[in-house]
Design a protein around this ligand. Structure first.
Ligand code: ATP
Length: 452
């Protein structure tokens, strides 16, 4: 009888090289090559992006199998060996872990995974959930990677909103060199697959976003809503270096999964992801560099939001807020040097704007010119005809350069998890029409040494 078996992997990489998705691809493909067939694409699960000790995008991965119980020791052996081989253990910030779970994912683990998207968890929390759910693991250093490894298993990506990413990897000889990907072909691919892929490039500054820049083995990654289209899109990109292998991941990228937890201002803790519904409590202040900060208030207290200059339209909208406006602020909680907290905005919903008024001196009853004040409680005098008046100031409504709207940063300053506009307009895209493709058919494209 076949039994569910899940493998979670995290933290095999460092700023000097490696990538957890690459390790996972090697494990997935080696399992395939020894005749063990996975039940799904591997999952790439992005976790709380505000964790200070992440290398890049706080990604963890998992592989899901339906196998004979007798095959489990072999599968574990393959996974542990590849994790060991692909990790640079001398690197201080690398804390690899591989977790194994036999049987269905229990509620505890699902909940843990959800919290890993929003909160800061400890290795103790991970050990606790591992015991409670009967998962076991292999970790060589502090076991910090266990947090991500378990969270990746518990993500239930097949049952919630998800997207896909096709990743092409470089050969060893090319690691650390400039990626030979033709920019023009990325533009063409983006035009052709604009509705079905996202985050390919930033058209405002012409920056290609499918290629990372570091020494890691990823040559390029294209994100989108269904795996067939992603393979076609990959085929459109002209690459002038050898591709070692290709993998398709089911992911939570582009789903805003980390921005679903409503919180109150008084409950905020450093490095959380948070959503606050509040009223603007101060006029925004524009700092050097164009960053905008403003206070917000809810029934529990006052907090500070920051919209940084690179967030472009979102920063410009924030600049126009006035006290009383109602907003929903989404972002990461930063711990400042003086221990205060700031919500770094990743999205700003302007829910309701209040009317704005300016006080004006009264108009001259004779010639209509704006009068000047003669001093406190002294009335007003017309500059032009000298007429005096005891009329009081009038409130004049001024037009607001702002409307209720949803503001997100431009592609270049988005998180991996940020939901693109196409998906906001059509959320069904993220249920990815499961019936329209078959995992079986796509397995061929992600075999070791497959040629596209
Ligand atoms: P890459 O995107 O290149 O794979 P990364 O940004 O994912 O790198 P890692 O090197 O994997 O960074 O480091 C992230 C570490 O943070 C892992 O050890 C992971 O277990 C841990 N972690 C992930 N989510 C949380 C969380 N919510 N609370 C505490 N630790 C977390």
């Amino acid at each position: 009888m076949l039994t569910e078996f899940h493998i979670g992997i995290d933290d095999t990489d460092s700023p000097l090289g490696g990538c957890t998705t690459y390790t996972t691809t090697l494990v997935f493909q080696e399992l395939l090559s020894i005749g063990i067939k996975p039940a799904d694409f591997p999952w790439l699960v992005r976790l709380n992006p505000n964790i200070p000790w992440k290398t890049r995008g706080n990604g963890a991965t998992s592989i899901h199998l339906a196998i004979e119980e007798g095959q489990i020791p072999l599968v574990e052996k393959v996974a542990i060996r590849i994790v060991e081989e692909t990790t640079n253990k001398t690197e201080r910030r690398t804390d690899p872990a591989v977790a194994f779970l036999k049987g269905p994912v229990a509620y505890h683990l699902r909940d843990f995974s959800n919290r890993a998207l929003h909160d800061v968890l400890s290795v103790k929390d991970a050990n606790h959930v591992s015991k409670a759910t009967g998962a076991n693991f292999h970790a060589t250093k502090s076991a910090r990677g266990l947090i991500g490894a378990l969270a990746a298993i518990g993500a239930k990506l097949d049952q919630v909103r998800h997207t896909f990413e096709v990743i092409a990897y470089r050969t060893k000889d090319n690691l650390g060199t400039k990626r030979a990907v033709d920019k023009e072909s990325v533009f063409d691919m983006d035009t052709k697959y604009n509705d079905s892929t996202f985050q390919n490039l930033d058209r405002e500054n012409g920056r290609v976003l499918i290629c990372p820049h570091g020494p890691d083995p990823v040559l390029l990654g294209i994100r989108g809503f269904d795996p067939f289209t992603l393979l076609k899109a990959l085929g459109e990109v002209r690459v002038r270096e050898p591709v070692e292998r290709v993998m398709i991941f089911r992911t939570n990228q582009g789903t805003n999964a980390h921005l679903t937890r409503p919180r109150k201002i008084s409950e905020l803790e450093p490095f959380q992801s948070a959503v606050l519904t509040a009223r603007v409590d101060s006029l925004p202040r524009v700092l050097k560099g164009g960053h905008v900060i403003f206070r917000i208030r809810d029934e529990t207290g006052v907090g500070v939001c920051a919209a940084y200059a690179p967030t472009g339209p979102m920063m410009r909208a924030a600049r126009e807020l006035i006290p009383g406006d109602e907003v929903r602020a989404y972002g990461g909680v930063r711990l400042n040097r003086d221990s205060s907290l700031t919500l770094n905005l990743e999205r700003l919903d302007i829910l309701r704007i209040v009317e704005a008024f300016r006080e004006e001196n009264p108009r001259c009853p004779s010639c209509g010119t704006c009068c000047e004040s003669m001093g406190r409680d002294q009335g007003f005098r017309c500059e032009k005809c000298g007429l005096r008046t005891r009329d009081s100031k009038t409130r004049v409504r001024i037009s607001r350069d702002l409307e209720p709207s949803v503001e997100i940063p431009p592609p270049r300053s988005r998180r991996h998890l940020t939901r693109p506009q196409t998906a906001s307009q059509n959320p069904d895209l993220m249920f990815a029409r499961e019936d329209a493709f078959s995992f079986e058919r796509l397995l061929k494209a992600i075999q070791p040494a497959s040629t596209l």
